[in-house]
Ligand binder design. Sequence first.
Ligand SMILES: Cc1cc2nc3c(=O)[nH]c(=O)nc-3n(C[C@H](O)[C@H](O)[C@H](O)COP(=O)(O)OP(=O)(O)OC[C@H]3O[C@@H](n4cnc5c(N)ncnc54)[C@H](O)[C@@H]3O)c2cc1C
Length: 278
Amino acid sequence: MDKPVEQPAPKPEIDIASMPDAREVTAVRHWNPRLFSFRVTRARSFRFRSGEFVMIGLPGDDGRLILRAYSIASPSWDEELEFYSIKVPNGPLTSRLQHIRPGDHVIVRPKPTGTLVLDALKPGRRIFLFATGTGIAPFASLIRDPEIYEKFDQVILTHTTRTVTGLDYGKDVVRRTLEDPLVGEEAREKLLHDTATTREEYPTMGRITDRIRSGAFFAQHGLAPFNAAEDRAMICGSMGLNMDMKAILEEAGLEEGSNSRPGDYVVEKAFVGEGIGA
Ligand SMILES: Cc1cc2nc3c(=O)[nH]c(=O)nc-3n(C[C@H](O)[C@H](O)[C@H](O)COP(=O)(O)OP(=O)(O)OC[C@H]3O[C@@H](n4cnc5c(N)ncnc54)[C@H](O)[C@@H]3O)c2cc1C
């Protein structure tokens, strides 16, 4: 007698919408083959400080949640939550997340946290926001928050990526900020956006750390060198960038702060591991 052909068990349809903390996707935009951003509805009870991150995720094939840390890229006053994401080839979460569409659901856990918050910094005159790659996400939140313009006379956002299109999301956020009825006027006066690439041809090229050490960064924008008495900073990039930037700021006399002990600068990893370029 023929052996019955074994059929794979049909995959149970996972109804994400009915899971706890499920939020509906309202918009998705792909910036290049490796980067995309998306927006989800915000629970009315969801509170966060601009610059914080949260755990978001999707169920895997076995139904268990795959959760990862994501900076919230929208400001705390926004009705929706925005995220900016890498697509890691075969990445457990992002190989699924990159296929979301409006109407789909994503899990957004309710406990935001993080050190890239204005409360962790002492008062100052200039604030420098140093980002590489997707590390611009927390700053996309902060530059759209009126509080940063209340607290600082000048907001200097630097974004360095490998590719030219890696800069596009940041440029779009800055454009939206300058046009925003809430912060646009102040941002037009106080916000400086520095962009550079490290691999592809672009008007400004080089690692931000090299551009700072050579003085080219300050010269390009007519900025005075660091002054620990009035400069504050936030760093969000790869482990290497974070370590190198910390060393530069410490040499200039700035001291690291935290939520419990505000200081001159704060730092957070944009991801764990070596990183993939974008
Ligand atoms: C505090 C914090 C905030 C984060 N915020 C964001 C965010 O706003 N946007 C975002 O895309 N990711 C962010 N990440 C990274 C994120 O948690 C995941 O690692 C990422 O979404 C990939 O998930 P994955 O399961 O597909 O692959 P994983 O198994 O998580 O990652 C596989 C490898 O891909 C590389 N990688 C992961 N994330 C990145 C990245 N963002 N840029 C370059 N290389 C990366 C690393 O080498 C990592 O070891 C953050 C991480 C931390 C710790």
